[in-house]
Design a protein around this ligand. Structure first.
Ligand SMILES: Nc1ncnc2c1ncn2[C@@H]1O[C@H](COP(=O)(O)OP(=O)(O)OP(=O)(O)O)[C@@H](O)[C@H]1O
Ligand SMILES: [Mg+2]
Length: 261
């Protein structure tokens, strides 16, 4: 199967991008898929959540490969890839990536730097997920330019507002101008608490407002204490609380993603 690149993005902070990248990635690895998770957030939350507690001490991170793409010379695109015990690979990130943004802006083909690196790894994986930072800056645009699909986690704790429209516009712009095969992989309602009226209203609104045009995943990710705790353990929800409702939701989400292709 050809590698599918999925950007996990929402410029709003705290919508579950990192936890979705990690949990969905591990869910697919448990289904025998070869998965690379790419931390594209200078905060390094994904790197930390997978157990590398001090990302700033890592020698090789995504920033090195972006720099190599700027220089037009990446002798070893595999350098720096870390192997996690739960079967996923990780390209980590740290604060060095924040320092790259200006250089990216100044570079030739500035939107294609991440894609240049990612395309040389495609033969090794079935899925490559890019955990984007909470912005619509040059890094998410690079992820959209490289991706086949954009997966958008939306928090059930806030009514989706103009931020969603801006995000979808940005995806559409990249599709028109840079990457015609880009799709919205799906919109995912996260941090859902069924006892909460607002959460139910958010789900209804997302399905009503976007379900006609885009895929909204049937799966909704529940708010769960174990899901909030697992990042500090360096393991996925499948190790931390295998029988819990969050693990069950991500296993179902993996089924939905697999059904796509
Ligand atoms: N299903 C869940 N139940 C409870 N807490 C969760 C769940 N998913 C994520 N969280 C917690 O909510 C917070 C935000 O989640 P996460 O870091 O995945 O979002 P994010 O969109 O990546 O944030 P940022 O925009 O800062 O990158 C984290 O503290 C995380 O541990
Ligand atoms: Mg994050």
């Amino acid at each position: 199967m050809p590698c599918r690149i999925i950007a996990v993005a929402n410029q709003k902070g705290g919508t579950g991008k990192t936890s979705t990248t990690l949990s969905l990635g591990v869910a697919l690895a448990r289904r025998q898929k070869r998965v690379l998770l790419v931390d594209a957030d200078p905060q390094g939350d994904l790197t930390k959540s997978l157990g590398w507690a001090d990302p700033d001490s890592l020698d090789v991170t995504l920033a090195n490969h972006i720099q190599a793409a700027i220089d037009g010379n990446d002798p070893d695109p595999w350098a720096g890839i870390l192997r996690h015990a739960e079967g996923v690979d990780l390209m980590p990130a740290n604060i060095d990536l924040a320092g790259m943004e200006m250089a990216m802006f100044m570079a030739m083909s500035r939107e294609r730097l991440l894609g240049t690196w990612a395309s040389s790894l495609k033969e090794g994986y079935d899925y490559l997920f890019v955990d984007c930072p909470a912005s619509l800056g040059i890094i998410p645009v690079n992820a959209f330019a490289a991706a086949d699909g954009v997966l958008i986690p939306v928090s059930a704790e806030f009514l989706p507002a103009s931020a969603m429209t801006d995000l979808l516009k940005s995806v559409e712009r990249v599709r028109r101008q840079i990457n015609p095969s880009l799709e919205v992989e799906g919109i995912l309602v996260t941090l859902f608490d069924g006892r909460n009226n607002l959460a139910r209203e958010v789900e209804r609104t997302v399905r009503g407002q976007f379900g006609g045009t885009y895929r909204v995943f049937d799966t909704v990710v529940p708010r769960a204490v174990s899901a909030a705790e697992s990042p500090a353990s360096g393991t996925s929800i499948f190790s931390y609380d295998a029988d819990g409702k969050a693990a069950e939701a991500f296993a179902r989400l993996a089924e939905e993603v697999l059904r796509h292709g």
